[in-house]
Design a protein around this ligand. Structure first.
Ligand SMILES: [Zn+2]
Ligand SMILES: [Zn+2]
Length: 393
């Protein structure tokens, strides 16, 4: 379809324009499911670039279709929301808003996909099929991908494959960071309500102390990870809130614990859920109390589909050079709602290096996170190269 040099030249021509777009989005971040101005801006830009088939999905999602010559269809996804944090970078184009900023680089993702839109649309007569551009809200709250699917973003036409990128500050701009197989963990939450019997602090034998039970449960459930999950598999249980008691000389009636479970495989996911309930309830009963365990299944894990994952490797090595393709040896215990698309169609994600060589690189979700804009051209080039390779297959 396209020669590598053609792709690189086309992207280089619009580099300044893309940086301007990125800064405009960066200054005006919006929270999950509130991306009204962002989605209007995306639609405006797509129209400016000459796209005709643009559709708003639900409140703040956007899908655009570029129609080339064939019937095949490929999907590319960019998430568009920001985080409830006040930006601290002091950049001239830092967020204009208190407590909202693009600390996860989704401004870069939008920009890359807009760059792809412009170049593909100008060259649509050369594309051997259709390309569906999916601008998705609310990745940070884990509900956006599901919302897009429920609102038929993957229908008419159904993409045969979907892929996307995510910024990665630990790798320098100009490079991509990729792995096959498991990419990110399933993320579930839990709540344990421990019921005891209220009583006087001086007479615990007449009460059932839920705080003491909570202490044993906290220790007990960590044994699931350390003693029951193979050290070569991965699982995390984190207790992030605990509430109980109000009066210094009173044993309270209940304690409530909440936390997060991260797992990389379905097998371990189901196992940890089952054992968390058994261990918590068993300990509570042992000490004469009762535990009620609620587990909320949230985002599934992302497992890159082999064929498209290999193709991403090939396309990126081919256009960026072998030295700019870095293999990522380990999956992340973080989560990504891209997983929901993978329940419908095959796909894969890769990471886009957005770090600086000689500056401190703050992590994603830090109020100091500052993506190196040089990554934008690499992002557009790699996305285009992947579309190209997919259609050459
Ligand atoms: Zn994030
Ligand atoms: Zn993100």
């Amino acid at each position: 379809m396209f020669q590598n040099n053609f792709i690189k030249n086309e992207v280089e021509k619009i580099k300044e324009e893309l940086i301007e777009i990125r800064r405009r989005i960066h200054e005006n971040p919006e929270l999950s499911m509130e991306e009204y101005e962002t989605s209007d801006f995306i639609v405006k830009k797509l129209k400016e670039f000459g796209l005709e088939n643009i559709e708003k999905i639900g409140k703040t999602g956007v899908v655009a279709l570029i129609e080339g010559k064939g019937e095949r269809c490929i999907g590319i996804r960019a998430d568009i929301d920001a985080l409830p944090l006040s930006e601290n970078t002091k950049l001239p184009f830092a967020s204009k808003k208190e407590k909202v900023c693009h600390a996860c680089g989704h401004d870069i993702h939008i920009t890359c996909l807009l760059g792809v839109a412009k170049i593909l649309n100008e060259n649509k007569d050369k594309i051997l099929g259709k390309v569906k551009l999916i601008f998705q809200p609310a990745e940070e709250t884990g509900v956006g991908a599901k919302y897009m699917i429920e609102n038929k973003a993957l229908e008419n036409p159904v993409p045969e494959v979907i892929f996307g990128l995510h910024c990665w500050p630990n790798v320098e701009a100009g490079k991509v960071y990729h792995r096959h197989g498991e990419m990110s963990a399933a993320s579930d939450t839990f709540k344990i309500i421990i019921e005891g019997k209220q009583g006087h602090a001086a007479h615990p034998y007449k009460a059932v102390d839920p705080i003491m039970i909570a202490g044993n449960i906290i220790v007990g459930i960590q044994n699931i990870i350390s003693r029951e999950v193979s050290p070569l598999e991965s699982g995390v249980i984190t207790i992030s809130t605990i509430h109980g008691g109000e009066v210094i000389n009173v044993i309270p009636k209940t304690v409530e614990i909440q936390g997060s479970i991260r797992t990389l495989s379905n097998e371990i996911r189901e196992y940890v859920h089952k054992r968390l309930e058994e261990v918590a309830c068993g300990i509570a009963e042992t000490y004469r109390g009762k535990a009620i365990v609620q587990i909320n299944k949230k985002t599934p894990n992302v497992v890159n589909e082999e064929k498209i994952s290999n193709l991403i490797e090939k396309a990126c090595k081919d256009i960026l050079g072998e030295e700019n393709y870095i293999y990522n040896p380990v999956p992340s215990m973080g989560s990504e709602d891209f997983a929901y698309y993978l329940q419908k169609i095959p796909g894969a994600m890769f990471r886009l290096g957005c770090g600086y060589k000689d500056k401190e690189n703050y992590p994603l979700h830090s109020d100091m996170f500052n993506a190196n804009e040089e990554c934008i051209t690499t992002g557009v080039i790699s996305l285009l190269a992947i579309v190209n390779k997919l259609y050459e297959e």
